[in-house]
Design a protein around this ligand. Structure first.
Ligand code: 5AD
Ligand code: SF4
Length: 585
């Protein structure tokens, strides 16, 4: 952000409000590209920014006697004041993979601004809590944690610099005022589109002793210009964010309100990050977004311009989106750019499954044969109330189409039970769908009513909690039974696994994951370096591709006998894997 350019100063000033008199400076980082930015000219004779900030400081002195203000610091902050001066940051991440990926963006931004990372909250000068608002339970957990962190902050020895607590992510977006009202538990509140503003927000609070908030959602922020810095440098896997936000407006879901409108990161920026990850030893990337298969890079034209992304029997709440490079083409470009890196993607919405996506999986051995296809419910009336845009029948037809194109595809799904008005009979349809489709993995949730959503305005959360809990258990049992059956069919197969780490149970075992993303346990040993066998052997280590023979299974884990080291390309040549014919015996 160009903080000191004269033309931007006026724009910035216009967006400065004394939002919450006692504790808050509210500030917008809108750029000239933001669709909401106000094009009107400012009136003449407005005070300048410096004057405003000094007034604000005086106010804060009167209202907040404990505020520590350094009189040597001028009434405005220069870019150099944003420096972390080697202060230590501790990251606490809650919620989905998107939050892990966002944390790596935040870390890149803070590292660039001279912050250090630490692994112990007691050593930290700043604790960043990256939050989730999808269900009430997730929020409750974070409130408890904030209470605890606040106690730590109060007890902090006077000899040390004061501890700053920042709340980032979806809860920040949803609960900005409550977070700041809670007896100053929190110093900084930053929504998912404000991370580039973090150094300034942190510096505002350390210089002025006030809380600072920026929760403006942007129509175009994709962080394409930030190269994320990995937090877990040991793992051979990484997430790569390809799009942000969601336009689907499922009636139960808070995400469109906390993460804003859908926007895609340009393909060049995605490819750049993936190639750099490959250079740093990463062997698997998961392309991430709230709705990955709605991906459209508008800076590129598409060879599939005329392809209708919408699956037959599916509808959307918005007009058809035309133009731009689509997800199927992105998958293909990624697969070609890094043939020795495994590619996964999550989460897609079932409505956007054009054949180009299935073709890419069929044609590129490095794209895993694994699709997450969240059904949410098996009953068409519930799906209609959820505004999912499909019926049970349309969903089943889509799964049949996917399985006829890719017979060995592993499927996973999300399910919600106890949505507003869900009857016993409606819920039974979810159970029969799980039994009929059979998923390798399913994530099952009890419905949690969220403010702002359409369901909150229109429906009643009338399924008792104990009924929801019982239904969750039944969904879990149904999915486990199907998964156990699918996995038992894998016994006897040769599979390719990527080794992640030593098994938690024993140091004499490793675990890796197969294409279906199921854990495979193998014993630790030296293995032939290739399929030709021979004397030449080497030990197993994290990041190795290993050919294994599956010998045992249950609903969650497989056991394998390790055969030899390999690569993705060699494995597929050796075993002549054919994705169009079933490998089930
Ligand atoms: N209550 C329960 N589960 C929800 N999900 C989204 N919103 C809610 C809610 N209000 C689930 C959906 C989604 C997954 C990420 O979380 O199944 O796919
Ligand atoms: Fe939420 Fe539906 Fe968007 Fe998924 S597709 S993030 S469930 S609104």
């Amino acid at each position: 952000m160009q903080f000191l350019k004269p033309n931007s100063v006026t724009r910035i000033f216009r967006n400065f409000y004394n939002f919450h008199k006692k504790t808050t400076i509210f500030y917008s980082t809108k750029t000239k590209n933001d669709s909401n930015s106000n094009p009107k000219k400012l009136p003449p004779n407005i005070p300048d920014l410096r004057e405003f900030l000094i007034v604000n400081r005086d106010l804060s002195l009167k209202s907040n006697k404990s505020a520590q203000i350094n009189p040597d610091i001028p009434g405005y902050l220069e870019k150099s004041d944003f420096s972390g001066r080697d202060r230590k940051v501790f990251f606490e991440v809650y919620g989905c993979q998107m939050n892990v990926s966002d944390t790596e963006i935040v870390w890149a931004i803070l590292k660039e601004n001279q912050y250090q990372k630490c692994d112990d909250p007691k050593e930290a000068d700043v604790i960043l809590v990256i939050t989730c608002a999808i269900r009430e339970g997730a929020e409750q957990k974070i409130w408890h944690r904030l209470k605890h962190l606040n106690a730590m902050k109060t007890k902090r020895s006077k000899k040390k610099s004061p501890l700053q607590i920042a709340v980032l992510g979806c809860m920040a977006e949803r609960l900005k005022t409550q977070l700041l009202e809670k007896d100053q538990w929190v110093d900084v509140v930053a929504g998912p589109d404000s991370y580039k503003d973090l150094p300034r927000l942190l510096s505002l609070t350390s210089h002025y002793g006030q809380s600072a908030v920026n929760v403006i959602l942007s129509a175009d922020e994709t962080y394409a210009d930030v190269m994320p810095v990995r937090l877990n440098t040991e793992a051979p896997t990484s997430f790569v964010s390809i799009m942000r936000g969601c336009d689907n407006m499922c009636t139960y879901c808070i995400v469109p309100f906390t993460r804003g409108r859908e926007r895609s990161r340009p393909v060049d920026s995605i490819l750049g990050e993936i190639k750099s990850l490959e250079k740093n030893g990463i062997k698997e990337v998961t392309l991430l977004g709230q709705n990955v298969n709605s991906y459209r890079d508008l800076s590129q034209s598409s060879e599939l311009e005329s392809e209708n992304n919408l699956v037959p029997g599916f509808k959307t709440v918005y007009k058809p989106k035309i133009g731009g490079l689509r997800f199927g083409e992105l998958l293909q470009q990624v697969a070609e750019a890094v043939p020795e890196v495994r590619i996964r993607f999550t989460s897609p919405h079932p409505k956007d499954f054009p054949d180009s996506v299935l073709e890419a999986i069929k044609n590129y051995p490095n794209i895993c044969e694994n699709i997450h296809i969240p059904a949410q419910s098996g009953n068409s009336n519930v799906l209609d109330r959820m505004r999912r845009g499909y019926t049970r029948e349309a969903y089943i037809d889509l799964v049949k189409h996917i399985r006829s194109t890719l017979p060995n595809i592993a499927l996973s799904s999300d399910f919600i039970c106890g949505f507003c008005g869900e009857t016993d009979a409606e819920f039974e349809d979810t159970i029969t769908l799980i039994e009929q489709i059979k998923y390798n993995v399913a994530y099952v949730f009890a419905y949690s009513m969220r403010e702002k959503t359409t369901a909150h305005r229109r429906f009643v959360d009338d399924v008792p909690q104990e009924v929801k809990i019982e239904r969750v258990q039944r969904m879990m049992n149904a999915y486990r039974k199907g998964a156990a059956e699918l996995h038992s069919r894998m016994v006897g197969q040769n599979q390719l696994i990527l080794i992640e780490a030593k098994s938690k149970r024993s140091d004499a075992e490793w675990f890796g994951r197969n294409d279906a993303n199921i854990k495979v346990i193998i014993k630790d040993c030296d293995l032939p370096v290739s399929s030709c066998g021979g004397e030449d052997k080497k030990p197993i280590t994290s990041g190795d591709f290993i050919a294994v023979k599956i010998v045992d299974s249950n609903s969650q884990v497989l056991k394998g006998i390790p055969l030899h080291h390999t690569t993705i390309q060699k494995y597929h040549e050796n075993f002549k894997t054919n994705r169009t014919s079933s490998s089930v015996k």
